[in-house]
Design a protein around this ligand. Structure first.
Ligand SMILES: C[S@@+](CC[C@H](N)C(=O)[O-])C[C@H]1O[C@@H](n2cnc3c(N)ncnc32)[C@H](O)[C@@H]1O
Length: 187
């Protein structure tokens, strides 16, 4: 279901969906492998799509950890809503990641530990990417981490505008191969 569904969404909205297939299991594993699930009290996911990273995060997080996923595409949102309807402390939002702060205020959350992103920064409008990254840096705790993946490194300059410590790893077992970027701020 996942791949044909993804292609359909990509054809409808290529710049926002940004991929013709969901990420691989291997990429999902690499995205979450260094997260300290014991200490995290709040985790955010941008652009969960059909839920490849979401599933991993839900399986690993503590019940008490609040996990908010924000997906812009209404069709993906419906799939996720059904797929993860029995999860504890999981909040799914159908909106743009640009508007996350509004929801953090609603749930009285000031700062978060991790933001895991599936957003296609290579094709999103520049102003949207900048607003999302500015807010991301603002809501992360001092040692918080922004974890994203990209199919190329041509947006590195954009990420460096907000994060001065970026570790990158290439994951070949994905179509296409991808870079996982783990971004922090050294204050
Ligand atoms: C490349 S897909 C990744 C999906 C999934 N995380 C994966 O890796 O298989 C990008 C996802 O980001 C979503 N998206 C794009 N722009 C968004 C935005 N501004 N806010 C929230 N989600 C967005 C798309 O609808 C899509 O689900």
């Amino acid at each position: 279901m996942d791949v044909s569904y993804f292609i359909k969404q990509y054809v409808k909205s290529p710049r926002m969906v940004g991929a013709i297939a969901p990420s691989s299991e291997k990429l999902a594993y690499k995205m979450v492998e260094d997260i300290n699930f014991i200490n995290a009290s709040c985790i955010i996911e941008y652009g969960p799509g059909t839920g490849v990273f979401t599933e991993k995060l839900l399986n690993k997080k503590k019940d008490s950890t609040i996990f908010i996923a924000i997906e812009y595409n209404a069709d993906f949102y419906k799939i996720l809503k059904e797929r993860f309807k029995h999860e504890t402390n999981f909040i799914l939002i159908n909106d743009s990641a640009e508007n996350l702060k509004k929801y953090l205020n609603k749930y009285n959350i000031e700062k978060v530990d991790y933001i895991v992103s599936g957003l296609p920064f290579a094709s999103l409008p520049e102003a949207m990417s900048k607003k999302i990254l500015f807010n991301t840096k603002d809501i992360l705790k001092v040692n918080g981490e922004f974890i994203t993946f990209q199919y190329s490194l041509f947006k590195m300059k954009l990420f460096r505008m907000y994060f001065n410590r970026i570790k990158k790893k290439k994951v070949l077992l994905n179509l296409p191969p991808a870079y996982v970027l783990k971004c922090k701020v050294n204050y």
